[in-house]
Design a binder for this molecule. Structure first.
Ligand code: PTT
Length: 618
């Protein structure tokens, strides 16, 4: 296979940690290009989400069909990805979302992160549509398509085994299941039978391009600025994780410990987010999981594995997480962990996002209860719901409607006030009747209602549930800056910091020693602010303007109080919430309608977004 043609050499300045090259593969033409991007791009956007946003802004035509050839599927690493250190085996997957029509991304732990870096690329951008089902193989400087006729239609577990058999155990593989092939709007990209990323339908984008899988292999290593000092800091960081007082409990329960905590805090979503407590929480909780746990799975390079597995009611091994169990358990009224695990397994093998699946099934159950939809299942009926989950992945019968996601289904049915989403992305597993700060986190997340950018809920529970003040807004922005900024750009897992409590300074220092750039935490925060503003401008461009309504959480939390638990009677106050949202805009230097002000963009160096901001910021 030929080397790629080099299309751009804009800057010769030396950078460590990055390869300074991005592979661009056009599926329609079966053509590959090596893009040597300017050093300025690395300095301003670092990598991962930063690169994805910059590439979408610069290269995707406005109004592109998210399921058409113009959409760009971006797989991006950062300068820390796949280096030794706590949990750096992660990748950002991004595209314009078919669920929200805005910017979408996800973060997946996978050997493909190691493979992409070993192949010597900082990112892969895929455009066009393949003529037939294909596997894109990237091996060092080479890239080519292999036919995937024998894989198309297979579930993601069977297909993964076949891919490993063909490309070898040292290949890093990401793939889609039938849901991605059938363009279910909340299909994800999956890996290693239990890792999943790209909640806003990034798997559907991959399916629309007729790509069943991407395989990465290689033999390269990025040159680091000071490898010895880097190793010292990374080793120190690993030791700090293992010494953390939280480490032992984490290793016993991982994210599953959150079920009991959420019940206590009245934020465990139940019955389509009607309530924050669930009568059978102990039967789906971390303590119960610990008793029946089989083995522990992890992402590559992980020092605090979170993939606790159990056997489901059909005897199959399934990896569980808090979000999966809350959304497919309490939110559907299912109080048996082994049954919840069946739904979790179907989601993983079909390539459906568990959070959105739980959200759309709960919405459908409620709509059926209200006589608005024929579903053939009721709350708690795990077996029937599992059958519907498969129908969603295959787009069969009622599954074809539900495959459109909560927003579209609710608009078609004409009942939107209990449709639990923001901007079209289903809400993850924290009820916000009594959590205005977490509701604000959902409202302002750059991809729609996801907790990844700001898990404000734990802080909020400790610091005043019913407060709508500036302190909460500032805390939210701080979390967005390091969770949605540093970890999504350097690209690594945030768990060492947010779960074992090691200092962010380790990552700041690892970044310095790897890249030679003396960025402080404040500098990383500026990068994060830049990326947030740019992503907001992508949304503005795609939606032809913006209004505050587009940042509001669902009506249910404003209209209908909790009827159970210690916070019975609680609901959000809409006027106060809107005031808090406006505070958030002001803190970010955005206008009253949520569009970044031209002077803010100027300050952040986003000069080519200023004209659009002038048009829409009011
Ligand atoms: C993530 C979202 C989450 S967040 C969970 S559980 W979590 C759900 N997991 C799913 C799954 O599993 N299968 C499935 N079919 N769909 C799923 N959808 C949901 O997706 C593993 C961990 C977790 S477990 C979390 S919080 C952290 N997320 C990180 C992040 O976002 N960024 C980052 N830098 N580090 C993170 N570390 C943690 O990683 P999305 P993963 Mg992720 C089976 O994918 O789109 O970002 O949505 O995927 O590699 O499995 O993350 O209580």
């Amino acid at each position: 296979m030929d080397k790629c043609s080099v299309v751009n050499e804009l800057s010769s300045d030396k950078l460590f940690g990055w390869y300074k090259r991005i592979l661009w593969y056009d599926l329609s033409r079966e053509e590959k290009k090596e893009w040597r991007y300017p050093g300025e791009m690395a300095r301003m956007f670092i990598g991962g989400r930063g690169f994805a946003a910059k590439i979408i802004w610069d290269h995707m035509p406005a109004g592109a069909d998210p399921l058409g050839p113009e959409n760009l599927l971006i797989i991006a690493a950062g300068p820390l990805t796949a280096l030794p250190g706590p949990n750096l085996g992660k990748l950002v997957v991004a595209a314009k979302s078919p669920l929200t029509n805005g910017y979408g991304d996800g973060n997946i732990g996978t050997w493909a992160a190691v493979g992409l870096r070993a192949a010597g690329w900082d990112a892969l951008v895929v455009s066009g549509v393949a003529k037939k089902p294909s596997v894109l193989v990237v091996e060092d400087d080479k890239a080519w398509l292999d036919p995937a006729d024998d894989l198309w239609g297979l579930d993601a577990f069977t297909a993964y085994d076949k891919l490993v058999e063909k490309y070898g155990r040292n290949a890093g593989i990401i793939l889609i299941g039938p849901a991605g092939e059938n363009k279910v709007r909340f299909a994800t990209i999956v890996s290693q039978k239990g890792r999943s990323g790209g909640r806003p339908g990034i798997g559907a984008v991959m399916g629309s391009k007729k790509l069943k899988a991407i395989v990465f292999k290689g033999s390269k290593k990025p040159e680091l600025y000071d490898p010895d000092e880097y190793m010292k800091v990374a080793t120190e960081a690993i030791k700090a994780v293992k010494k953390s007082p939280n480490y032992d409990f984490w290793m016993r329960q991982g994210t599953m410990m959150t079920i009991e905590w959420a019940q206590q805090a009245s934020v465990l979503p139940s019955y389509n987010f009607r309530e924050g407590v669930f009568e059978d929480y102990e039967k789906i909780g971390g303590n119960y999981m610990e008793k029946i746990r089989v083995e522990l799975h992890s992402c590559p390079l992980c020092v605090m594995a979170c993939g606790h597995t159990i056997k489901d009611s059909e005897g199959m091994l399934v990896e569980l997480d808090y979000e999966n169990v809350a959304m497919l358990g309490s939110n559907l009224g299912i109080g048996k962990l082994e049954d919840v695990a069946i739904l979790n397994r179907i989601a993983d093998s079909m390539g459906l996002d568990t959070i959105s699946l739980g959200g759309v099934l709960a919405y459908a159950l409620e709509a059926a209860e209200r006589g608005k939809l024929e579903l053939g299942a009721s709350w708690g009926e795990a077996k029937k719901l599992a059958e519907i989950a498969v129908m969603i992945a295959k787009r069969e019968e009622v599954g074809d409607l539900l495959a459109e996601g909560v927003k579209r289904v609710s608009e078609r049915i004409g009942e939107t006030w209990y449709a639990m989403h923001v901007k079209g992305l289903e809400i993850s597993a924290y009820d916000c009747h009594a959590a205005p700060g977490m509701a604000l986190a959902y409202a302002t997340s750059p991809i729609g209602a996801h907790h990844k950018d700001a898990w404000l809920i734990a802080w909020e529970v400790q610091h005043g549930r019913f407060d709508y003040g500036i302190e909460k807004v500032r805390k939210l922005i701080e979390l967005q800056r390091f969770r949605g900024g540093l970890f999504e750009t350097a690209v690594g897992c945030r768990f060492p910091v947010v779960e074992t409590g090691i200092s962010l300074d380790f990552y700041v220092r690892m970044f310095q020693k790897a890249t030679g750039l003396s960025y402080s935490l404040e500098d990383h925060y500026t990068v994060a602010d830049r990326i947030y503003a740019l992503i907001r401008m992508i949304w503005v461009r795609e939606h032809g303007g913006w209004s505050i309504e587009m940042d509001l959480p669902p009506d249910r939390w404003f209209k209908e109080p909790l009827t159970k638990g210690p916070l019975k009677g609680a609901k959000l106050d809409k006027d106060k919430f809107i005031e808090m949202l406006k505070m958030y805009y002001r803190e970010r230097g955005w206008a009253e309608n949520g569009v970044p002000k031209p002077e803010t963009l100027e300050k952040l160096g986003l000069h080519d977004a200023i004209e659009l901001a002038k048009k829409y910021a009011v």
